[in-house]
Write a protein that binds this ligand. Structure first.
Ligand SMILES: *[C@@H]1O[C@H](CO)[C@@H](O)[C@H](O)[C@H]1NC(C)=O
Ligand SMILES: *[C@@H]1O[C@H](CO)[C@@H](O)[C@H](O)[C@H]1NC(C)=O
Ligand SMILES: *[C@@H]1O[C@H](CO)[C@@H](O)[C@H](O)[C@H]1NC(C)=O
Ligand SMILES: *[C@@H]1O[C@H](CO)[C@@H](O)[C@H](O)[C@H]1NC(C)=O
Ligand SMILES: *[C@@H]1O[C@H](CO)[C@@H](O)[C@H](O)[C@H]1NC(C)=O
Length: 419
């Protein structure tokens, strides 16, 4: 009797071990197959970064992999093929600054887009062209939620104020889903009338509707194309969220210096995320089931709280999103899965921030590290400190306020500035 029990237990244990080894092996194989990153990293100056030669290779996209602020760059090339022989040949040709990554062709389907604009008529070409005064350089579209009135107001008072936007030739548009609360809905309409900076779609705001929302935003942006005279005056589309503080002045300065006229099909990302495993823990906020995304690893994609792309991508991404199986995690879907489904795309990683560093980073460190973007996770009080910090780079008045605030908070003197 006892012996039989032992045998049963033992069989269970063996079955368990075999099962997990199998799963482990399969996962490793999949990961290794798709992660054929090669060789070492060579430092290069930002200004030196040009995907020389590589851009001529078929199916190859290159990204500048920016590890520490603007000091270290590595190129990452993505080969859209599962053909090991051709990969091998490309590898032999690749320089030391190249990493190669295989992405799978996404599954093609036919999606319908039934989303409608609820706040129609409040954002016109006149609004976008800032009363005809100038062609915008950036059309920022900031994902928000209907009830986030306070966050939007904070954004309008700080990094996307009228003055900041004007001097950087930028336009900011909030993208909202709708709410089941009639009060909230009514407030959004009057807010939209007051500020002319809201587009609201007729779908419920929720995490699972993120891709729906992003596609809706692209549809609206695509509609704005006729506002611009021709392709030479197209702005860049700039995706961000309502819970960030952005140093737009610093960003514009950097951008004009290094990327004044980017080639078509270019993506600028805060961070390019590579080898991210699709999260399979059902209790995790970003859990994705295998039916939603079959691969073990996501294709390289942009960290979602800030990325830009050339205007030609607006329509391309929108159209492609009607033909490629949806994934609700919109950053993975639009910047990763969709970009791996068509021709060459250039990815440039910008010295914005590191998503790992910014969590609970104080404003002093944000300045010391030369960051341009902080993810406040919805803490709109903290955003004042970060914003003053950003301004302190350029204004003596802001500098004095910032120093006083640091002194008050920490009891220490912040001696980062020379004056
Ligand atoms: C490798 O580089 C050579 C010389 O630049 C070129 O002729 C050849 O086509 C390249 N091979 C592949 C597979 O790209
Ligand atoms: C790659 O790196 C090795 C060792 O650092 C060097 O000898 C070689 O010349 C480099 N090759 C290229 C193509 O840069
Ligand atoms: C705005 O620009 C367009 C095209 O350049 C022009 O036709 C129109 O009259 C301008 N409107 C104003 C208010 O200046
Ligand atoms: C997404 O929006 C649609 C349309 O409003 C709604 O029917 C659906 O419940 C939403 N999905 C989720 C998961 O909230
Ligand atoms: C696009 O423009 C058309 C015609 O002006 C308008 O009917 C439609 O609502 C617009 N769509 C969006 C998403 O802005």
């Amino acid at each position: 009797m006892l012996a039989r029990k032992k045998i049963i237990l033992l069989s269970f244990a063996i079955a368990f071990v075999v099962f997990y080894s199998l799963i482990y092996t399969i996962t490793r194989l999949t990961v290794q197959h798709r992660d054929l990153s090669v060789r070492k990293v060579e430092p290069a100056k930002y200004s030196d970064f040009v995907p020389v030669g590589l851009s001529t290779l078929p199916f190859l996209e290159c990204r500048s992999r920016n590890a520490f602020a603007s000091r270290l760059d590595v190129q990452l090339c993505v080969l859209r093929s599962n053909d090991a022989n051709s990969l091998e040949r490309h590898l032999r040709n690749a320089t030391n600054q190249t990493q190669v990554y295989i992405v799978q062709q996404p599954e093609r389907v036919s999606n319908e887009d039934k989303t409608k604009l609820l706040t129609d008529g409040f954002i016109s070409c006149q609004v976008v062209l800032v009363n005809n005064a100038s062609v915008p350089r950036f059309i920022i579209y900031t994902h928000s939620a209907a009830q986030n009135v306070k966050l939007r107001q904070k954004v309008r008072e700080t990094w996307a104020s009228r003055e900041v936007l004007q001097r950087n030739r930028a336009v900011n548009i909030f993208v909202l889903g709708s709410s089941l609360s009639q009060t909230i809905q009514a407030n959004v309409l009057s807010e939209s009338r007051a500020y002319h900076d809201i587009i609201q779609g007729d779908f419920i705001d929720s995490y699972r509707n993120l891709t729906l929302k992003h596609r809706f935003a692209l549809k609206f942006l695509q509609n704005l194309t006729s506002c611009f005279i021709d392709a030479t005056s197209y702005p860049l589309a700039f995706k961000t969220d309502d819970d960030v503080v952005l140093d737009l002045d610093a960003f514009t300065g950097f951008f004009l210096r290094f990327h004044a006229s980017p080639p078509p099909r270019t993506f600028f990302c805060a961070n390019v995320l590579i080898n991210e495993l699709a999260p399979r823990d059902p209790f995790f906020k970003w859990y994705v089931a295998e039916e939603e995304y079959a691969g073990a690893v996501y294709p390289p994609y942009c960290y979602g709280n800030a990325y830009l792309f050339t205007w030609d991508m607006v329509g391309t991404l929108y159209e492609e999103s009607l033909r490629v199986k949806e994934l609700w995690v919109d950053d993975v879907y639009f910047s990763g899965i969709l970009t791996s489904s068509f021709g060459k795309v250039i990815f440039v990683e910008l010295p914005f921030q590191s998503p790992i560093v910014n969590i609970a980073t104080n404003p002093e460190d944000v300045l010391r590290m030369g960051k341009w973007l902080v993810h406040t996770w919805g803490n709109d009080e903290a955003s004042d400190d970060y914003w003053i910090g950003f301004q302190a780079k350029r204004s003596l008045t802001a500098r004095a306020v910032f120093k006083a605030s640091v002194k008050h908070r920490t009891g220490e003197t912040f001696d980062y500035f020379s004056t």
